[in-house]
Design a binder for this molecule. Structure first.
Ligand code: FAD
Length: 388
């Protein structure tokens, strides 16, 4: 038992995800990466097996599992050499709909998301001119009768080309007319199938990871009023509300990566013989791998604390942020140790190390950069003066 979770049922989830991932081995991911494709078969298989609906309540067709179980699913995908960045949006975004959507919205969307008939893989928050300073977003949604009209621009919006729905954050009341800068923003469900070509233009961004991500241009996009989630003006609070769960899930993804790197490095260090002995016999090779292992295991404890607090209705803010920070640092340390252990071969695509190295590096920046977590800890846990 760890933080009172039933380890047998978590192990059963691990086994299930692992056996599915065995059909999508490292050569599958390498091939997708090389052609800069999207792993449609993998995403379909995960959906059909019900793993992406893990957290949807049973009455809406899901499994009604907790954050701990969801985190194990994403951890195992990365631990098997895959990239959960292709599926995690669906899990993160569902929180918003489940917690803040109306009963009519939940009835309309959740069963279809659970069955795979609809995909909710995208959330559009970041903008090119405002970055992390989210309350300054310039995309506006202006109510006109029974619709909202959206104008503006977003950047780095992932999986739009492989999703049916997207959650959009836009300003509904100008910044200079609100009491608090966090008010006056709203979130909407955008039906991408109707929007693209009718007010929404999607421009893919070539990037370091094989991550389907895009610039979005809104030019009088019309959204029906019934697609507003929750109360007008409260959207930023709804987005923040989902972040603790998201942080804990990202932590688990990083831990999966960290374990993949450590296993890969250890195997290679045992087998590669130079100067007449395995390179892993040298402490200079052993120690960075051992240090990374210690860091990953320590980060994992904080991840379980975060999941436990969240699943038991406690405030998980501190643990979730610290878990994300520690895990992203640990997976990056493990990535470096693994690359260094492989010497020149670490750079060869066929070893998969350089691909996973690129993939895990992203977690230092997105969906939240390391500095922003440090400033959260400084301000909210240590009561240091607010820096921005
Ligand atoms: C591959 C990829 C996929 C993404 N997918 C999505 C998505 O689906 N939806 C979405 O909305 N966004 C997405 N993002 C955006 C991502 O969330 C942002 O890139 C991230 O939050 C950082 O914002 P920024 O790039 O605007 O950096 P900036 O805000 O411009 O910051 C640049 C650097 O300065 C640092 N910095 C800024 N202000 C401070 C400060 N006050 N103190 C200390 N340091 C500071 C930051 O930590 C960062 O390192 C994605 C990004 C990438 C790269």
């Amino acid at each position: 038992m760890m933080f009172q979770y039933d380890q047998d049922s978590l192990e059963a989830i691990r086994d299930g995800v692992r056996s599915l991932c065995a059909n999508f081995d490292e050569s599958y991911w390498r091939e997708v990466d090389e052609r800069k494709g999207f792993p449609e078969d993998f995403v379909d298989a995960m959906t059909e097996a019900g793993w992406l609906a893990a957290m949807i309540p049973e009455e809406y067709g899901g499994s009604g599992l907790g954050l701990a179980e969801a985190s194990v699913i994403l951890e195992e995908v990365n631990r098997c050499g895959g990239n959960s960045g292709t599926i995690h949006g669906q899990m993160y975004n569902m929180f918003t709909l489940m917690r803040h959507g109306s009963e009519a919205q939940r009835q309309e969307y959740l069963p279809k998301l659970a069955s795979g008939e609809l995909r909710l893989q995208s959330m559009a928050v970041t903008e090119p001119t405002t970055g992390t300073d989210t309350t300054k977003i310039k995309t506006t949604a202006v109510r006109q009768g029974n619709k909202y009209v959206v104008n503006g621009q977003k950047v780095w919006i992932s999986r739009v080309q492989h999703s049916d729905l997207m959650i959009l954050l836009a300003r509904t009341t100008p910044l200079d007319e609100v009491k608090k800068k966090s008010l006056g923003m709203s979130i909407f469900i955008v039906d991408l199938r109707e929007a693209i070509g009718n007010g929404l233009t999607v421009q893919p961004i070539a990037n370091m990871v094989n991550h389907e991500t895009n610039e979005l241009f809104f030019d009088n996009l019309e959204i029906p009023v019934e697609n507003l989630i929750g109360e007008e003006g409260m959207g930023f609070r709804y987005i923040l509300d989902g972040l603790n769960a998201e942080r804990a899930l990202i932590a688990a993804e990083c831990i999966g990566d960290g374990r993949w790197f450590i296993a890969k490095a250890s195997n290679y260090a045992r087998e590669r013989v130079v100067f007449g002995r395995p390179i892993g016999q040298n402490q200079g090779v052993q120690f960075p791998i051992a240090q990374a292992h210690i860091d990953v295991e320590a980060a994992d404890l904080m991840r379980w604390r975060a999941c436990y607090e969240y699943d038991n209705g406690q405030n998980a803010g501190a643990s979730a942020n610290m878990a994300k920070y520690l895990s992203a640092e640990a997976s990056w340390k493990a990535a470096n140790a693994c690359l260094q252990t492989h010497g020149g071969f670490g750079f060869a695509a066929e070893y998969d190390v350089e691909r996973k190295f690129r993939e895990t590096r992203l977690y230092q920046v997105a969906p939240i950069s390391t500095n922003l977590i440090l400033s959260f800890v400084a301000e909210h846990l240590l009561e240091l003066p607010r820096s921005f």
